[in-house]
Design a protein around this ligand. Structure first.
Ligand code: MG
Length: 279
């Protein structure tokens, strides 16, 4: 089992280019999805390990991931690519938001790496926009990691200057820990969730550079307090920007596009090292 999240290490990730329905091998085929830094001839039930050993294993997994993430970050920087790691709970509307965003940002070269445990459904939706996309299926895994990102970049081969969206597996826990080498994280929450999400999942909100509050067209029908949610988000990440949007009606999206364009422009000039400052 993965020392960090408990997902199975026998679930090899698979990368697929949807229109070719061709699996991309790279380093991801076989048994090294998590590249666990420990031999596999022991009992995998880590519940029986001493706590100190479990912590050591977790540190090794994350250290190896960070090393690969740094390589991805260098690779993306050389290409002037702004890569945004899009995270949320399942069902917050990430894919709908991306479909609309890449259609309406027609002048911006965009590409998408999709992450889900199974199916090519989201990649097919992105493919319908005409933009390059690859799908990572993580099997039992609950997050993308830097090695999967590296394999997906090999398969996608994004053009220099691309605005790259990485739609992570729907999960607000482990994606906060696994750096992919992205430029920054955008967390999407929706008004159909609890107002207290930032307090319950503080690591993700602390790691993000932007919060998109989606489905605001449903506010009249749900018990959600946007002001309180913003207050909670600021309590774990002081000054974080929150943009209320509806990917369905388009409300608020102009501000999101402004945020993207400003950072894309800086990235193309190699002049971005912090996504956080407000435009
Ligand atoms: Mg999705």
């Amino acid at each position: 089992m993965c020392a960090t999240c408990g997902c199975g290490d026998d679930a090899a990730a698979v990368i697929t280019i949807p229109h070719e329905h061709r699996r991309h091998g790279g380093d991801l085929d076989g048994d090294h999805r998590h590249d666990h830094a420990h031999p596999h001839d022991h009992d995998h039930d880590h519940l029986h390990l001493p706590v100190t050993e479990t912590v050591t294993l977790e540190q090794k997994v994350l250290a190896k991931n960070d090393e690969l993430a740094a390589r991805n970050r260098d690779r993306l920087a050389r290409l002037g690519i702004l890569a945004l790691n899009m995270t949320s709970s399942p069902g917050a509307g990430k894919t709908t938001l991306l479909e609309r965003t890449i259609r309406e940002l027609a002048e911006v070269p965009t590409a998408v790496i999709e992450g889900d445990q199974a199916t090519l459904l989201d990649a097919e939706r992105i493919r319908a926009t005409g933009r390059p996309v690859v799908q990572i299926n993580t099997g039992a895994g609950c997050h993308l990691d830097a090695q999967m990102m590296s394999g997906a970049l090999d398969a996608l081969d994004p053009a220099p200057g691309t605005l790259l969206f990485v739609e992570n597996v729907g999960n607000l826990v482990c994606p906060a820990l696994f750096d992919l080498g992205e430029s920054g994280k955008v967390v999407v929450i929706s008004v159909t969730e609890g107002t207290d999400k930032p307090l319950k999942y503080p690591h993700m909100f602390a790691a993000a550079q932007l919060v998109l509050l989606n489905k605001i067209d449903l506010l009249p029908y749900v018990d959600f307090d946007p002001a309180r949610c913003e207050q909670y988000a600021n309590s774990v990440n002081p000054g974080i920007e929150i943009i209320p949007v509806s990917a369905t009606t388009g409300e608020g999206l102009a501000r999101w596009y402004e945020w993207l364009r400003a950072r894309q422009s800086l990235s193309n000039r190699g002049a971005i090292d912090d996504l956080s400052p407000r435009t």
